[in-house]
Design a protein around this ligand. Structure first.
Ligand code: ADP
Length: 459
């Protein structure tokens, strides 16, 4: 067990800043990497050291170039690499390469990632431990006729999904036979483009489910705990926009059952570090495992606020080899994890809701955020004068409210959004305000079709 002196952050934007902050609080020296296009980005200035990754092809490649990142890590004598989310975070080869080079990868082992990061493989694991899954094929499908065969047996609607999928891409809902061929080809080509892997599978499509996920933490000594659920049902094109905890859609018995299944799955693969086990809950209240994300997630902030546990620091300490019940991590048992109040996260993006959420770019002429009691901000590159480029994800800042109950947290979230002034670049702020004021949201009862079903949110 060796305390890390230096950690390299193989990421950018808000999550890089989040990791830098965690390291600083732990007394760990931070090394950032950046692409030429990020020369003026905030995260770079927050690290103790920052290095330009040169000679890569385009703005994204710098964060994907395993050789260059590992060479730099060795040259700067870093103990560990934190991958954040996206980029190399779910790449088993990168985790393996780090291990081979004697650099600790802050995350699960490459074997766990291979098993649980793949949607088909992880469903097989779930089935083996009797965690419910959505009826579907157990192997990739390579032709539209295989999808047709499944649909004829299971009935429409069905959903085509990329095995390597993420961010809602490579997914197509098919409601009848005449659309099958077209959708099969577009799902395959979108998956190939987005993930370099066109592997597709098919399962039944659930109408209007809730998306409920469970935060997991496991150490390197076989201990696994859950940190309860997050309700991430408010989505646009299968991408989450507002997330909160606790969910108001499930009762205590369902909550216990879902968390128990999440633990069962994590224990089956001896999971270590932070991960999220995602479920859909249908109208009858039955839950089904859909996938596992073997990494930190964008919406981890809500869990931190209600449990008081710093997930990113826990990730780092676990990677150092500390057990969950160590003084530093401080989780003596599952029963010791208690939640208090409600937290709601809103993702403010530089997208124009009135133009199909097209990303907008340019200079932020004014950037003023809402703050005050009960508001946590996790910013990316927001400051007056910052330039929003078209090269990266459009997440500008996450505003997370925390209060004693859902209604109080909702009012705080709304107040913070109304207080925010951003000029020069379009954002989804007004759209989020409409979501928070909608009667279905006020009831805490949105399902994954909520945004599609309510065009008035765009007014
Ligand atoms: P990604 O990895 O791209 O985020 P997920 O498998 O986590 O994809 O699914 C994202 C969202 O897509 C879910 O929250 C849900 O809204 C929708 N979805 C996925 N599978 C199904 C399904 N079988 N039935 C209904 N909706 C689904």
């Amino acid at each position: 067990m060796k305390k890390f002196n230096k950690v390299l952050i193989a990421n950018r934007g808000e999550i890089a800043i989040r990791i830098i902050r965690a390291c600083q609080e732990l007394g760990i020296h931070t090394v950032a990497i950046y692409a030429q296009e990020d020369k003026l980005s905030l995260f770079r200035t927050k690290a103790d050291e920052a290095y330009l990754i040169t000679g890569t092809n385009g703005p994204v490649e710098a964060y994907l170039d395993m050789d260059k990142i590992i060479t730099l890590a060795k040259k700067k004598e870093v103990d560990a690499i934190h991958p954040g989310y996206g980029f190399l975070a779910e790449n088993p080869l990168f985790a393996k390469r780090c291990e081979e080079e004697g650099i600790v990868f802050i995350g699960p082992t490459h074997e766990m990632m291979e098993k649980m990061g793949d949607k088909i493989q992880s469903k097989i694991v779930a089935k083996s431990v009797k965690v419910p899954t959505i009826p579907g094929v157990e192997k990739p499908i390579t032709s539209d006729s295989e999808a047709l065969e499944f649909a004829q047996k299971a009935g429409y609607p069905i959903i085509l999904k990329a095995a390597a999928g993420g961010g809602g891409r490579g997914m197509r809902i098919v409601r009848d036979e005449k659309d099958l061929l077209k959708e099969f080809h577009s799902a395959t080509s979108e998956a190939t483009k987005a993930f370099g892997d066109g592997t597709i599978f098919v399962e039944k499509y659930l109408e209007e489910p809730k998306h409920i996920e469970v935060q997991i933490l496991g150490d390197n000594h076989g201990n696994v705990v859950h940190l309860f659920e997050r309700d991430c049902s408010i989505q646009r094109r299968h991408q989450k926009i507002v997330e909160f905890t606790p969910s108001l859609s499930i009762n205590e018995e369902q909550r216990q059952a879902i968390c128990k299944d999440a633990i069962k799955l994590a224990k089956e693969v001896n999971y270590r570090n932070a991960g999220t086990i995602e479920f859909l809950v249908d109208k009858k209240g039955d839950h089904y495992f859909i996938e596992m994300n073997p990494r930190i997630q964008v919406e981890h902030t809500v869990t931190e606020l209600v449990t008081g546990i710093d997930l990113v620091q826990s990730q780092i300490l676990i990677a150092q080899g500390l057990p969950l019940d160590s003084e530093e991590i401080g989780i003596s048992s599952q029963a010791s994890i208690e939640t208090r109040g409600t937290a709601i996260q809103c993702r403010i993006t530089t997208e124009d809701p009135n133009n199909h959420f097209m990303p907008d770019t340019g200079r932020l002429d004014v950037y003023r955020t809402g703050s005050g009691f009960g508001i946590r901000l996790d910013g990316g590159n927001g400051f007056t004068g910052a330039v929003i480029t078209p090269y990266y994800d459009s997440l500008l800042v996450k505003s997370t409210s925390f209060s004693r109950n859902f209604e109080d947290a909702r009012r705080k979230a709304l107040r913070a959004l109304k207080e925010m002034t951003i000029e020069g670049v379009q954002t989804n702020k007004d759209f989020l305000i409409n979501v928070l004021q909608h009667p279905t949201f006020i009831e805490g009862n949105c399902d994954t079709k909520f945004i599609d079903d309510h065009p008035e949110l765009f007014e």
